[in-house]
Design a protein around this ligand. Sequence first.
Ligand code: HEM
Length: 387
Amino acid sequence: MKLPERNVEIFSPISPSMLADPYSVYRHLQREDPVHWHEQLNAWIVTRHADCIRILGDPETFINDYRKIGEEAPEDILGLQTLDAPEHTEVRHLLIEAMRNIDMPAWIEDCSRVADELLAEVNLERFDYVKQFNEPLALRSMCLFFGIPHFGDEAKFHEAQRRLVLSMDFGLNPDLLEPGVEARRYCTSVLAPYAINPPPTGLLAHVDFGRTGPLTGYVLNALRQMFVAGFLSSSSTLSCITRTLVERNLLNLDEPLKVSNQVYNELIRHSGAVQVDTRGCAETVTLGGKEILRGTEVLLVPAAANRDPAVFSRPDDLDFTRESNPHLGFGKGVHACIGAHLAQSLHMPVLTQLSERYRLTLAEPPVQRPTGTLRGLNHMFVTARPR
Ligand code: HEM
């Protein structure tokens, strides 16, 4: 990839060149300017593993609740991703407690049945893995987890998710923000009635709304964040890692691929969808030799940290024998992904079963989604030949 001339902003995640290959830009920044000031985003871009770890491990300095640095926050965004201790801790504990009541083996079995049903409906000679399999599976897996029969109108749900994922890049294109805000309101409006009339099973059945008191609004927003992340992060990741496997012909080997923990974690490290996490800086500090002033925003790039040669040998290689793999694909620290075990419990058997039953090959080149914060695909037409 040709890198831009000096003074041209190199970190432009929704430019065609970075959509095609963000990793050479990450490597360049890691080498030349690991804590990089981005004029348009008005934020620092942090690409080295050690610096990302430092930020994620210090939630008092690097905060999620921007009200502490004088920014306004609409009530409906205040949930897990946008609160700090003590409210964040309370809301997170409440949700983790509710999650403990879910019968995970039954959920995994239900999801596996849904995967079978979806595959039974497609033309195996040529189908869109993203739109006909992965996204409907992610939506239904979350409905099952939440204990709700459906998330309103399916077409409306997918349009809302499209707007939400595009809006994550609003710093680079402010026009993307408002449609995302509306989509967020729509998602809350679907989930809110369940706080009053919970379903008999699933996560919503186990959140004790009688005990949430003044936190009720935050809990509801956190549930929306979970549903959205459980759909968007999960489906985007499954698209990205399946693409990596299919492009390397690894789902077309004589021996089916067994997606173990080690294999899955290497796929997340190498091809994870989450590119950027954000924090606000609550105290002036020095990071990578740069003075980060109180009140500025920091964008840490786990996808860059995950290929940092200071931590991972041959970082661009997909190496299923890699033993030490301290990747940041699910974050780290108090805001680490609350749904990581769900994603893993869904993706590992789905990929393994797919590989045991079919030989999967690309029917057409995949179509990249034009999103930088959360990479993903719009389409990937594949052929599945029964073994
Ligand atoms: C492979 C799929 C997934 C990936 C790669 C992923 C990745 C991440 C990452 C990197 C973070 C940390 C963000 C930060 O530090 O700013 C995070 C947080 C979060 N994730 Fe996930 N996630 C996935 C699936 C899920 C699922 C299935 C759920 C819900 C069921 C979920 C819900 C959340 C929530 C609510 C947070 C915020 C946690 C907090 O701030 O306390 N994610 N995720």
